[in-house]
Design a protein around this ligand. Structure first.
Ligand code: LLP
Length: 419
């Protein structure tokens, strides 16, 4: 459910006509709905209200400070995977005791910063990483609370690039090594064993893989308890899918019901790391039609947004609906929606049955609120686009369009080139 809807012929975000924002900020731009974001957060919070839990929004999905601030005010924490994301989360006002830190390659400096900030939990992905965290904790005179991310070897049945819980993936430690790892952690000064973590993949549209993974985690927690460890947190990761097209993923309430049924009598605090399910359908990418190009084989709609702005279609063959900002006539046959980048892989949509649009028509690329802006780049020296947040009748530019000066910031031409 989201707040992008037509009133008459015009696409609105909440009470704001999308075309009005385009007039103000130019195109392309990302547009987010505060109401949708809030609704999704509440859906999770209400679904899990029956037990202690912490919702840690996956910052990689959408790291905009205003978005994080809004989510933080609603009570969410953050799941981070880098020092940069830690910086964003803290700047946005998310309390450190609601931050968990995942990722296979945390550097010493990143670990130090996270310790200084006093985050809730390090999700540890290997023994060498555990040693690095212990060393930094001792140096800083702090204790690091840790959970091992275990790899339950469950097939999440999603795109191979975004499945993470299989043995062949680089993530987590194998279940078979978990007890030994916890024993080692318990002996290490500077380390406090606090939880178990697992994340099996993203854009999951079925409950079974979540439940399978949780059962394996439960079996491990029982063993760990028998070994004398006190497991206070169960971090179940993120991964709940959203409808991009005709998928029917479980709602947060269904997801919660399946998980809570498994955890009756289990006292741990649940940590959840949803990203896409909170932000995905809360954002769109708005782009303008530059040219319609008809060839004997194909119709191309050349727009001003490209794969550098939204990488998902090129990278994962992901489907994003394309809607006109001002309703157009009936579909007249298939077209590719392509950007200005010099690669054939630069497309936002392929073979879509779309209307004939007037010149300079505005198009909305739907479900772009997660892994949209955060995965954008400057490829082809394209400045990154603005982000705009709507709340009710108001909107604000929450990140300005990059300027040409910012595009070359930090570059220099060394004197020796003139010799
Ligand atoms: N926690 C961990 C440890 C993760 O690795 C991820 C996502 C999440 C939570 C959040 O997952 P979500 O609830 O958003 O599914 N760029 C890809 C998605 C990559 C997801 C990576 N990890 C895409 O555009 O589909």
């Amino acid at each position: 459910m989201h707040d992008f809807h037509y009133r008459g012929e015009e696409l609105y975000c909440e009470e704001v006509p999308v075309a009005q924002v385009a007039r103000r900020v130019g195109t392309p731009f990302y547009l987010y709905s505060a109401r949708t974001l809030a609704r999704h957060v509440r859906a999770f919070q209400e679904a899990f209200a029956a037990r202690p839990h912490l919702l840690c929004f996956a910052v990689k999905a959408n790291g905009n400070l205003a978005v994080l601030h809004l989510l933080g005010r609603l009570g969410t924490g953050a799941d981070i995977v880098s020092g940069g994301e830690l910086h964003r989360a803290l700047m946005a006002g998310i309390p450190p005791e609601r931050i968990v830190y995942s990722g296979v390659g945390k550097t010493a400096r990143e670990i130090r910063r996270a310790l200084e900030a006093g985050i809730l939990l390090f999700n540890v992905e290997s023994l060498p990483e555990l040693d690095a965290i212990a060393a930094e904790a001792r140096r800083a005179g702090r204790t690091a609370r840790v959970a091992f991310r275990v790899n339950p070897d469950v097939d999440p049945k999603t795109h191979p690039y975004i499945s993470t819980g299989l043995e062949r993936n680089k993530f987590g430690i194998p279940m078979a090594q978990a007890r030994e790892a916890y024993a080692r952690a318990a002996r290490l000064p500077g380390i406090e064993v606090a939880g178990v973590d697992c994340h099996i993949g993203s854009q999951l549209t079925e409950l079974a893989p979540f439940v399978d993974a949780l059962r394996r985690v439960k079996a491990l927690v029982e063993e760990l308890a028998a070994d004398g460890h006190e497991i206070r947190y169960l971090d179940l990761g993120g991964g709940l899918g959203i409808p991009y097209r005709d998928e029917a993923p479980p709602a947060p309430a269904d997801y919660a019901r399946a998980i809570l049924a498994e955890l009756e009598g289990w006292p741990q605090t649940l940590v959840l790391e949803p990203g896409r399910a909170i932000a995905g359908n809360a954002g769109i990418l708005v782009t303008r039609l530059l040219y319609t190009k008809e060839t004997p084989r194909k119709r191309f709609l050349v727009v001003d947004a490209a794969m550098n702005d939204l990488a998902r279609p090129s990278l994962y063959q992901a489907h994003h609906e394309i809607l006109p900002v001002r309703r157009a006539g009936p579909p007249v046959g298939p077209a590719d929606v392509v950007g200005p980048i010099c690669e054939s892989g630069d497309f936002l949509a392929r073979d879509r049955d779309l209307p004939r649009f007037p010149r300079r028509a505005l198009l909305a690329v739907m479900s772009a609120g997660a892994y949209g802006f955060t995965m954008s780049s400057n490829y082809n020296a394209r400045p990154r686009v603005p982000e705009v947040l709507v709340r009710g009748e108001r909107f604000a530019v929450v990140r300005r369009r990059e300027t040409l000066a910012q595009l070359v910031r930090g570059e220099s031409i060394p004197g020796f080139l003139a010799e």
